[in-house]
Design a protein around this ligand. Structure first.
Ligand code: PLP
Length: 268
């Protein structure tokens, strides 16, 4: 089993996010527009977008779900420090992806939440690993954009195993097919058994696993995505994968999100 440590590519633009953002940012740069995107108060996508826009010399704004808090969570503090304007909107307005004033009157380039879209997939297809070496590549799935990119990048004989971190995300396969514009390949699969209660939910068992994994391998994971991926891949070792296989786990980053856990929860 190999681990691709995308968590180590940049201190703020972590994991898969830069790959998913790169073609959106090139387009915004070419058109000279201000980047606008969506996320929650602990969003990896928001912080990565803020930091990448700063590096690209782009203006950017984040539309954040929920009331403006009295004290910003660390993710929002960091995003603002990178120069991102923050606009807080009600959950209802967020759900409808409304662009609040005054942003709605500006010349803006909207990146969908989580980078979902054709450009996001093309960017994720540039996540670097030898496309034919691995029998199976395992990744965590939120929107499925990364998985779609991996399906584009990898040799047809390689199977991609996606671990969904959402509960009841029944449309995930269809959303990946929409991006791919072809049927979901028969040798790949999505596993829905390791969401630990749903998005950003966790159990003592998951936290224990994260600490044990770190003790044994010095690999830190995040509780929203990669811990569920590692836990799921390990649980399936005996059943879904053969011992002769070369397995790759994509460590897609997201460690900054662990700052929402109570202090002392994790040993790293
Ligand atoms: C955003 C994110 C994902 C999910 O990527 P999708 O392309 O939305 O499926 C996985 N892992 C981490 C750490 C992330 O931050």
């Amino acid at each position: 089993m190999y681990v691709l440590r995308l968590d180590q590519i940049h201190p703020l633009i972590s994991g898969n996010k830069w790959y998913k953002l790169r073609y959106y940012l090139e387009a915004a740069k070419a058109s000279g527009q201000k980047v606008v995107t969506f996320g929650g108060a602990y969003s990896n996508h928001i912080l990565a977008t803020a930091a990448a826009c700063k590096l690209y010399g782009l203006q950017c704004a984040g539309i954040i779900r929920g009331e403006e808090p009295e004290h910003y969570a660390p993710t929002l503090t960091d995003a603002a420090a990178q120069g991102m304007e923050l606009h807080f909107v009600s959950r209802m307005a967020y759900k409808e992806r409304q662009i609040p004033e005054p942003l709605s009157g500006e010349n803006i380039y909207v990146i969908p939440e989580g980078g979902y879209g054709e450009q996001g997939m093309r960017g994720a297809a540039t996540i670097p690993y030898p496309p034919a070496f691995f029998d199976t590549v395992c990744c965590a799935c939120g929107t499925g954009t990364m998985m779609a990119g991996l399906l584009q990048h990898t040799a047809a004989a390689t199977s991609i195993a996606g671990f969904s971190v959402l509960k009841n995300h029944k449309s995930l396969t269809a959303e990946i097919e929409t991006l791919l514009q072809r049927p979901f390949p028969g040798n790949s699969f999505i596993n829905n058994d390791f969401h630990f209660g749903g998005y950003a939910k966790y159990t003592d068992e998951l936290i224990r696993f994260m600490n044990e994994l770190f003790e044994a391998t010095a690999i830190p994971t995040d509780f929203v995505y990669t811990a569920k991926l590692f836990y799921g891949a390990k649980a399936l070792l005996a059943s879904a994968f053969k011992t002769s296989q070369n397995l790759l786990l994509i460590h897609s980053g997201g460690l900054q999100g662990n700052r929402s856990l109570p202090k002392g929860t994790l040993i790293f």
